[in-house]
Design a protein around this ligand. Structure first.
Ligand code: PHE
Length: 331
């Protein structure tokens, strides 16, 4: 038995094959059901127990050897096959057209806005879309009978106590002021909901960006400079800016900001802003005799429409690939 194993081991060590079919023949010869290894095991079974002890080990070593030699031969051919397959490819051919997705214009504009404000030290904050009355209205100084609280304007999920879909990202202002250490300099971004008639210029859902800066000595001049910077970054140099007095429950004084391309007569309203009302600061347990803040808010859809010349807000939600694939971005 020992001699047979030795001889066969020697044979196996010098096995060669020139084709994959030859490897298969060798595999059958050694490892097949009626192969040499099987034969050795049959003979082995007939040995008396004390000899089994001696030859069991060398038989197992031989078995491993045969297996690894056959596997190595197979691998050699696999590599060769792969190589030959690729060698036949013509790498100068054009590849088939791949359909690569593009970012949605709302995401593009959102990312651009984040980039501009991140550069002047604003963090990004988010919050839930379903909020209570406190975060959406009361803490923001809305009087109890304010028309915005009406079912006509707001989607209520439950009433008394009220739970609703946020109507503006100002709800995140409250969340931030209640939970973060001062100073706060953040832009809040997210989807908002209003019970409005859907038309080319308004929708029941859209996105807002809201800026908030609270610290000692923050002034309206800081607000104006921040917004001048933003308009310049977002629209370029060729725009004029004007502020109009306005009213929001949560800012005092309040303003709306318009822009106009130089050479144009037409002003376009782009955002609301103002100094955070002291009542709002106090509602968030911020000492309004020490701290002041400014806030501004704008619609991302409106920004996207102005930037890309989109005329109907509804096209932003139809997911028509022919529309969407026009937009490419770096961010
Ligand atoms: N929350 C206001 C809106 O939805 C926008 C705004 C934000 C105005 C912050 C002033 C300050 O219209």
């Amino acid at each position: 038995m020992e001699n047979r194993i030795k001889e066969l081991t020697k044979d196996v060590e010098t096995l060669k094959a020139t084709t994959i079919e030859e490897v298969e023949e060798l595999r059958i010869k050694y490892l097949g059901r009626k192969g040499l290894l099987q034969q050795l095991f049959i003979d082995f079974k007939k040995l008396p127990p004390d000899e089994k002890k001696i030859y069991g080990k060398s038989l197992n070593i031989f078995k491993q050897k045969v297996n690894s030699v056959i596997e190595a031969l197979k691998d050699g051919f696999k590599e060769k096959e792969e190589y030959e397959k690729y060698a036949k490819l013509d790498l100068s051919l054009e590849s088939p057209q791949e359909n690569v997705g593009s970012r949605h214009p709302i995401s593009i504009v959102k990312n651009i806005i984040i980039e501009h404000f991140a550069r002047i030290g604003f963090t990004v904050s988010e919050g839930p879309e379903i909020v209570d009355d406190w975060h959406n209205f009361t803490a923001l100084n809305f009087p109890a009978d304010h028309p915005a609280k009406d079912m006509q304007d707001t989607f209520f999920i439950r009433q008394n106590p009220d739970v609703l879909l946020r109507t503006h990202t100002s709800s995140i202002q409250i969340q931030e002021m209640e939970s973060k250490a001062l100073p706060i300099r953040t832009i809040s971004i997210g989807r908002v909901y209003r019970n409005e008639t859907i038309s080319y210029k308004s929708h029941v859902q859209f996105h807002q960006v809201e800026g908030l800066y609270v610290d000692k000595g923050v002034s309206f001049a800081d607000l104006k400079q921040t917004l001048f910077y933003y308009v310049k970054q977002f629209f370029g140099d060729d725009y004029e800016v004007r502020f109009r007095p306005s009213y929001f429950p949560f800012t005092e004084p309040s303003a709306e900001m318009d822009i106009r391309p130089i050479n144009s007569q037409k002003w376009m309203e782009i955002l609301g802003c103002g100094m955070v009302d002291p009542n709002v600061l106090e509602n968030c347990k911020i000492d309004s005799s020490k701290y002041t803040g400014f806030a501004f808010g704008m619609g991302i859809e409106r920004m996207a429409m102005l930037k890309f010349g989109i005329e109907d807000i509804r096209t932003l939600y139809e997911n028509d690939v022919r529309f969407l694939e026009q937009f490419t971005s770096e961010v």
